[in-house]
Write a protein that binds this ligand. Sequence first.
Ligand code: PA5
Length: 444
Amino acid sequence: MKIDFTNFFTTSGISPENFHRLAGHSAGFADKIPEFLAKIKKRNQGFYQIFEDADFQAEVEEIKKFAEKSREKFTDIVLCGTGGSALGTLAIQESLLPKIPSFNHVQDKQKIPRLHVLENIDAEVIAELTEFLDFSKTLFLIISKSGGTIETISQYKFFRRRLAGHSGILTEKNLELKNHFVFITGKTGFLREEAEREGIQTFSVPENIGGRFSVLTAVGLVPAALMGINIDELLAGGAEISTALRGTARDFQSTDFAKNLPFQLALAQFLALQNGQTQNVLMPYSAKMKNFGNWWAQLLAESTGKDGKGITPIPAQGVTDQHSQLQLFVDGPADKLVIFMEILPHPHPLLEGEGAIRRKSNADLKTFEKLMQAELRGTAQSLTEKNRPNLTIQVGEISPRNFGKLFMLFMGATAFLGEFMGINAFNQPGVERGKNLAKKFFLD
Ligand code: PA5
């Protein structure tokens, strides 16, 4: 994975040689990498350190065994959770499984249960799903770090009643709760107590990892493993980038600016912010990464929106948004940094052969992959010509390993960004206030 800053340099007037020296301050930021790392360390965050934790490694093995057993038993998985408890899984599901619902036969053949993510409390959707499910073959994953988010707990209580029955409520065969529910939660809270009361299996969300930074913990790994995704690969990708952030030499040296991708990305975002680009557009050239954009939007918005500061995320999608939002990006206010994501072609022989758009001869085959690349190039150039800052993350193919890298790249960059901006990227007082008020209004 690489980041191509060529267009960023052209549009910002910053030379590649000076990139790491400039941060609107007299002293270069790159010289301060150890200082920024120390600041992040002081915030006691585990998202980049978890890979070497022995308890976590043991849990990963348990997750794999659990998933293997469960795939045999269940046809459907219902994930109840919201925000950081659901968005990473939605991204993994969209990107790493076949996208078109009718392709589900692929999943059926491999005995992969269908995953339904309920990240909202819309009664109509819940009713539709309830109608569809065979409860005897359904597993409910209740995910909440705090163990008390009212939306998630309400969903749990609804399904629990349907399953086990409470006075006056229809029951579904009186199935045993502990055979159909698994909780992924923190050390304390309602879910933790409920698990103890009912003997329900749990996986843990580490205390020092917040919701939007938790995709590479049980929060994202349990659903991914249930979907048949190689979680070792996801973790290997995450670990590869996190070593850069953590400062131990493996593939990267964190204090070496040239090798520290999260730092580089954060620096570009910060320089752009100082230049008036208060909005970031994330534009993957893929039809399977819309949900990744939503995961990233939460990460950036909830982490940087503090003390009257912040960067507004705009998730977009190539090529679709060329015919929708691009006009605004090219010709509207010059307040956006566009982050493209180039996905390398999959080896799809069909597209190379039968499905390819042919020109004169076979030697001149034009494929959808080539068209996609040309579209990205064209869009990036049109922005650059208008002096609109943009850069391109060269992702490679969509794979579990690259997804692990991407998650860690953006989480790491966000951690640095918080320090550059002088804010705490890891809390969310605004969200907590809203959550508490909603609970109060509901219970009053
Ligand atoms: O990133 C965060 O902390 C939030 O978005 C949470 O993920 C979200 O509010 C859900 O919280 P919980 O996992 O405690 O139910």
